[in-house]
Design a protein around this ligand. Structure first.
Ligand code: NAD
Length: 489
């Protein structure tokens, strides 16, 4: 099973497909087969960013005048075209990210279609309000786009996360320059090709390059009026500092270390499946919203762990393009080594007991890529680095609890606050717990993904701003102008 053939791909600036000014390219490696290069993409610098931002700035003048309904119509066409090319895009995502095609990559493309259709549908809701004063004074507000949006995305769900920037920004009348992640630009370039087919030149520009070389240039470009970033909390802080220098509004979707709380009545196979889904094992745990801290009630601890271990042992780790794979490979060597170090540390920590998984295979087909097995540690206490820091790998920490107040306190004892999962059929307990957890997104008896229409975003160091919803689009991609008219003589 060979990945797509090696080719030099170009990036989209002002409706044209271009190399970088320097003509330099950098390789994209297949994470499933160490060292195999699947494509090369342009290595952009500040000069390329400048071209792209100026193109977006010029395009904004006419794009903002396009009626909202027409913008929505074009977004709908993009959704249809993505749907038609879904399998091709999914295979590209699986090849470049290592995410398994059946359990993850196809679902990602489906979500892209839904996101474009959702924002196409709500575009007419970009409206203002009137303020009652008196018969001689009228006051009202209107929402206007910012202008050029500078967007930066990570590699873990690259096309979905790019759609969450492009669709709402463009629907609201902005133009955009999006920097892809260095490890996974190919699926996004396919989406860019579709956008370029339906949108005027310069409305969507997609550039490729490294964070410090072209990402930083984008964050500090004087014609960028709004920044939106999805990635690590560490880089998010850098972006926020850059935004502060020019007082540019910024949205941040950052990391997480999300808790899952299981009550005694939830000791069954359905909850086991839900927890595996919430932990995002099908994405090798490489998800910001992964429920990586599992709090099991002490009365069910052993029997639940047994069911979980048995089920995880059945998961098939394998090539991302193989239909039978439940899990694929991690994204790159850096991430693979980081996860390996965490596991080694866990195995040497007397507070932790390894229940399944552990160090990655050193021989056989899985040693050819950056594969890790699902790994569980039982924690005597959660005062360990593994239970505090975002590992971004298939490593789940399990703690036992007995007191409801105490477990909520432990769940909230994190600098992050992105997601949380509560498992019980006792509605009173579920709602009481959901109300007290400090996270932006809480699911009860559900471990699935976000859905368009419901705001999504972090508390604490997990971010600022919301995505996925009409409110998110209005807050992130429009600014409010108040207008007063005095009719007095
Ligand atoms: P990262 O922060 O290292 O990189 C993200 C993007 O930022 C990449 O495109 C990178 O090139 C760019 N970048 C790096 N340094 C930069 C700089 N100085 N200036 C401008 N851009 C720069 O993150 P990653 O490793 O690609 O992704 C994993 C992280 O993303 C995890 O922490 C994860 O939790 C987070 N994430 C959050 C969400 C969410 O919705 N909250 C979704 C997905 C991923």
């Amino acid at each position: 099973m060979k990945p797509v053939s090696v080719e030099q791909q170009l990036m989209l600036i002002n409706g044209e497909w271009r190399a970088s000014v320097s003509s330099e390219f950098f390789p994209i490696e297949s994470p499933a087969e160490r060292g195999s290069v699947i494509a090369e993409v342009p290595r952009s610098s500040a000069e390329d960013v400048d071209f792209a931002v100026k193109a977006a700035h010029t395009a904004f003048a006419s794009w903002r005048e396009v009626p909202a309904k027409e913008r929505g119509r074009l977004l709908w066409k993009i959704a249809d075209a993505v749907e038609e090319q879904a399998e091709d895009i999914a295979r590209t995502i699986a090849t470049e990210t290592g995410n398994a095609i059946r359990t993850q990559a196809r679902g990602e493309v489906k979500s892209v279609v839904e996101i474009f259709r959702y924002f196409a549908g709500v575009v007419s809701e970009i409206r203002g309000s009137t303020c009652p004063v008196d018969n001689n004074l009228m006051a009202y507000t209107q929402r206007e786009p910012y202008g050029v949006v500078g967007a930066i995305v990570p590699w873990n769900a690259p096309v979905q996360l790019s759609s969450l920037k492009i669709a709402p920004a463009v629907a609201a009348g902005n133009t955009i320059v999006l920097k892809t992640a260095e490890d996974a630009p190919l699926g996004v370039l396919k989406l860019a090709r579709i956008c370029a087919q339906y949108l005027p030149a310069g409305v969507v520009n997609v550039i490729t390059g490294y964070g410090q070389e072209c990402g930083e240039a984008l964050t500090s470009h004087p014609l960028v009026n709004k920044l939106t970033f999805t990635g690590s909390t560490a880089v998010g802080k850098t972006i926020m500092r850059k935004a502060a220098e020019r007082i540019v509004p910024v949205s941040l979707e950052l990391g997480g270390k999300s808790p899952q709380i299981v009550f005694p009545d939830a000791n069954n196979d359905k909850v086991v499946e839900g927890i595996i889904s919430a932990m995002r094992f099908a994405r090798q745990g490489q998800s910001c919203s992964a429920g990586t801290r599992l709090f099991l009630h002490e009365s069910i601890f052993h029997s639940f762990v047994e069911k979980l271990v048995n089920r995880l042992a059945e998961l098939k780790v394998g090539h991302p393009l193989a239909e039978e794979s439940d899990m694929g490979s991690l994204i790159n060597k850096k991430q693979f080594d980081k996860v390996t170090r965490f596991i080694e540390e866990g195995m040497n920590d007397e507070n932790l007991e390894l229940l399944i998984g552990g160090l990655p295979p050193e021989e056989g087909p899985l040693a050819e890529g950056y594969y890790h097995q699902p790994t569980l540690f039982a924690c005597k206490n959660d005062n360990t680095r593994l239970a505090k820091e975002e590992i971004f790998g298939p490593v789940l920490l399990i703690m036992s609890w007995s007191d409801e107040e105490e477990v909520i306190k432990a769940a909230n004892d994190s600098s992050y606050g992105l997601a949380a999962f509560v498992w019980t059929n006792d509605t009173k307990k579920a709602l009481r717990t959901a109300g007290k957890i400090e996270s932006g997104w809480i699911q009860v008896n559900r471990g699935g993904a976000q859905m368009p229409g419901l705001s999504y975003g972090g508390y604490k160091q997990s971010g600022i701003g919301r995505e996925f919803s009409l409110e998110g689009m209005l807050d992130s991609y429009t600014q409010v102008k108040s207008i007063m008219i005095d009719f007095n003589d």
